[in-house]
Design a protein around this ligand. Structure first.
Ligand SMILES: *[C@@H]1O[C@H](CO)[C@@H](O)[C@H](O)[C@H]1NC(C)=O
Length: 509
């Protein structure tokens, strides 16, 4: 009996010391963001941590140890706001940044106004760690300040201008192409010139536009809050949605961990109708999905017709995520308003993925080794597809150039040229060949940060240096001044040796 009691006690104490209270905030109302947050929050809950998950699509599943706080009220106003997305591609670089910044201001402020978040801030809850999705919402770092605990960011894009400042990651413009270019890292002189402009314009934008806006937002909603810089740069770690299988290597601080691929779950059985369609496709299946932001039904009728024409000419079947009816579709096309994308990509008969190049879909395609036919529309999608094209597992067709001829040509290229599939398989091996699964790694670092009280030993001072120190402007000024003085002195001595007082010449004139 005594032994049983002791064992029980030990087991209990392990559970109690191991179970952390984690506040997980993924408050941007888009399904991909919810997915990223849910996968990680659920894993933490499954491992015995008590997770409070702030998100926009609550109560989809009951999970033990996982409590949800809804910000669903933000969804409608945000959808209305983002309806202006259509002509994004036509904007200049700075206007694109401005647009993203305003989007961030808009939804961050809306999230702060939700009842759930207000109640949370006024509660006497305690947390051991805040896991915050970073997406133009810097003011939300207030959560970790409020609960006096370490902060870990999950950044839903690869390292870039709009997140590098968090922990002082550097992106030297000489070999790190800007997110909004389609440059190879081996840039020509003119590309480097343009890249350098984008780099400095981006840096200036972050420090003189973006962060000041977030700071005023913070002050507006939490008048007692300290200055944004004191809490923003206090973060312990960045979990970044990047991976060597997806993009080119860049320098990273030791507290930035690339974990792209963590959200891809072990493959689940497919719904019966989809399974039958895929199983019976002897010549293979093309999966077509433009993500949740751009509805397939929004394709102009002319483009839609061109696509259907092209599909009617191939021997492969097509599974199209299409939200409305499509009466004129050819026989080899099946439409579904929802489908388990990653599980479909895992089916051996899927031979190509037509996609807008969203990061999650791209990661899933790489994970399962499926080549991509990219039709990028927005922001990082161009870069995702461009990287994939350069690595030989994708072809690209821009929406504005889409007609029957171009769609036909691109589709045949990806289906008939076996190199794309071969390269996709190779990339897939790279993504899956690692010491631990990305999900285990993410959980490890989150627990690590708590074990080491914020892990200050991994933090670089780079994030907090003022610009003139960071870019050694003061040092360069000092050296230039010295060289100037020395040159003047040499000139003085030379004139002296040539005979006559220096300045004689001047007098003669
Ligand atoms: C900075 O982070 C630590 C944990 O790493 C936390 O205890 C502290 O409250 C944070 N500081 C501020 C000003 O929020």
């Amino acid at each position: 009996m005594k032994i049983l009691q002791t064992i029980l006690l030990i087991v209990c104490s392990i559970i109690i010391t191991d179970g952390l209270k984690i506040l997980s905030v993924f408050s941007y109302c888009a399904h991909s963001h919810y997915t990223l947050g849910y996968r990680l929050s659920k894993e933490l809950a499954d491992r015995g941590h008590e997770v409070t998950y702030v998100n926009c699509y609550p109560n989809q599943q009951q999970v033990k140890n996982l409590k949800e706080i809804s910000v669903a009220a933000v969804k409608k106003p945000l959808t209305e706001w983002t309806a202006q997305l259509k002509d994004f591609g036509e904007l200049s670089y700075l206007s694109q940044l401005e647009w993203i910044k305003n989007l961030g201001n808009f939804y961050t402020s809306k999230v702060f106004q939700t009842k759930g978040v207000k109640d949370l801030m006024n509660s006497n809850e305690e947390f051991d760690l805040v896991l915050l999705e970073h997406f133009v919402n810097d003011a939300m770092t207030i959560f970790h300040h409020r609960f006096k605990c370490p902060l870990v960011f999950l950044v839903p894009v690869p390292p870039a201008t709009l997140n590098n400042y968090l922990v002082g990651n550097e992106a030297p413009p000489s070999f790190v192409p800007n997110l909004l270019t389609d440059f190879d890292p081996k840039m020509t002189f003119w590309q480097r010139l343009q890249n350098t402009y984008l780099y400095y314009a981006g840096e200036l934008f972050v420090h003189f536009r973006l962060l000041p806006d977030q700071n005023s937002l913070l002050k507006e909603h939490f008048p007692d809050a300290p200055d944004l810089s004191t809490i923003l740069y206090n973060a312990s770690m960045v979990l970044s949605l990047s991976h060597s299988s997806l993009s080119d290597p860049v320098p990273l601080q030791p507290n930035t961990k690339p974990i792209a691929g963590y959200h891809v779950s072990p493959t689940k059985p497919l719904p019966k109708d989809i399974k039958k369609f895929l199983d019976e496709a002897e010549d293979g299946v093309v999966l077509f999905s433009m993500g949740s932001n751009l509805k397939s039904a929004n394709f102009e009728p002319k483009k839609r017709k061109a696509i259907l024409q092209a599909f009617s000419k191939i021997k492969q079947k097509v599974l199209w995520k299409f939200e409305t009816d499509l009466p004129e579709k050819p026989n080899n096309v099946m439409i579904m308003d929802w489908l388990p994308q990653a599980d479909v990509l895992a089916h051996p008969n899927v031979v190509a993925f037509i996609s807008h190049g969203g990061l999650l879909g791209t990661i899933e395609a790489v994970h399962h080794g499926v080549p991509i036919f990219g039709i990028p529309v927005f922001w990082d999608q161009m870069k995702n597809i461009e990287d994939a094209t350069r690595k030989g597992f994708a072809v690209r067709l821009d929406l504005k150039h889409l007609d029957e001829e171009s769609f036909d040509k691109t589709l045949n290229e990806i289906l008939d040229n076996p190199s794309y599939r071969k390269n996709a398989k190779e990339r897939s091996k790279v993504m899956q060949d690692q010491p631990v699964h990305q999900l285990d790694e993410a959980v490890f670092w989150i627990e690590y940060v708590v074990r080491h009280n914020g892990a200050p030993h991994l933090k670089s001072v780079a994030a907090t240096l003022p610009w003139y120190k960071r870019y050694s402007v003061d040092i360069i000024a000092f050296i230039s001044l010295n060289i100037g003085v020395i040159l003047l002195f040499i000139r003085f001595v030379v004139k002296l040796l040539k005979g006559g007082k220096p300045g004689n010449k001047l007098k003669k004139k």
